[in-house]
Design a protein around this ligand. Structure first.
Ligand SMILES: Nc1nc2c(ncn2[C@@H]2O[C@H](COP(=O)(O)OP(=O)(O)OP(=O)(O)O)[C@@H](O)[C@H]2O)c(=O)[nH]1
Ligand SMILES: [Mg+2]
Length: 241
């Protein structure tokens, strides 16, 4: 019971810190977040982007992308964020462009695979290599692995089996590249499942990757748990007497 309360306090603190850490000094200034979507062709990068930006599923959109830019202002935890989204080409013929995408100042990479085909997650290796060769250190860059087209798996057991299969590949990538700030999100651009959450999480990951915020958070949580424990001890003693 006590532990439960303590956990609640921590969650409240985390939420509080979440909020204060992103309020811009100048209230008029809106924070911009640069997000880049990578992944093989046909996995649904454009569909996910359009679902987020327009809240529609583009049934007719089968055109392969070369490079598209979108922006959308969207509130995360009550704070307006300007999402600047780079939707990239997955087709093999555009492979030489990959290095260029990774020169831009990306805050969070979204590596999309399709649950239809395990190869699409295995191929994330080539995107990680490309990111790695353009950034000083790949370890702490926020990276979200997206397993898209989950709507195609209607059978629950099959859905779980596939997700597990993909998760294992992702875990081996995380280990091989020593990635420290990653997440796996299962989405459907078609049904809209978890698409907003995906972009919200990209912002939260960036916010939490700020070293100072993390330090502050740890300190406060540590302090909080110490003072809570002290308080509990005191109360117990009181009861005993
Ligand atoms: N069932 C289903 N189909 C999807 C989903 N997302 C995308 N698709 C379909 O998959 C195909 C490819 O989608 P795109 O969004 O164009 O894929 P892409 O990754 O942008 O492809 P490139 O631009 O060529 O790299 C299209 O026919 C989409 O309608 C999804 O969540 N579920
Ligand atoms: Mg596309």
């Amino acid at each position: 019971m006590i532990e439960k309360n303590e956990l609640k306090r921590k969650i409240l603190l985390i939420r509080y810190l979440n909020r204060i850490s992103i309020i811009p000094k100048n209230k008029k200034e809106i924070k911009t977040l640069n997000v880049t979507l990578n992944g093989l062709e046909y996995v649904g990068k454009s569909s996910l982007t359009l679902r987020f930006v327009t809240n529609n599923y583009a049934f007719e959109n089968n055109d392969p992308t070369i490079e598209d830019n979108y922006s959308k202002q969207y509130n995360v935890d009550g704070i307006p964020i300007l999402f600047d989204i780079l939707d990239t080409a997955g087709q093999e013929e555009f492979r030489p462009l990959r290095g260029q995408y990774h020169h831009r100042n990306t805050d969070c990479f979204i590596l999309v695979s399709s649950l239809e085909n395990i190869k699409t997650v295995e191929e994330c290796v080539s995107f990680l290599n490309s990111i790695g060769s353009n950034y000083q250190s790949i370890n702490d860059i926020p990276i979200i692995f997206v397993l898209n087209k989950v709507d195609l798996l209607q059978d629950y057991k099959e859905r779980m089996r596939k997700i597990e299969e993909f998760r294992k590949v992702i875990e081996s990538l995380i280990e091989a590249y020593h990635l420290l700030n990653t997440k796996i999100i299962v989405t459907s651009a078609k049904s809209g499942e978890c698409v907003n959450l995906l972009f919200e999480e990209s912002e939260r990951m960036v916010r939490f990757s700020n070293e100072n915020d993390l330090k502050l958070l740890h300190q406060v949580v540590e302090l909080d748990s110490k003072s809570t424990k002290a308080l509990i001890k005191k109360q117990r003693k009181k009861k005993w007497w």
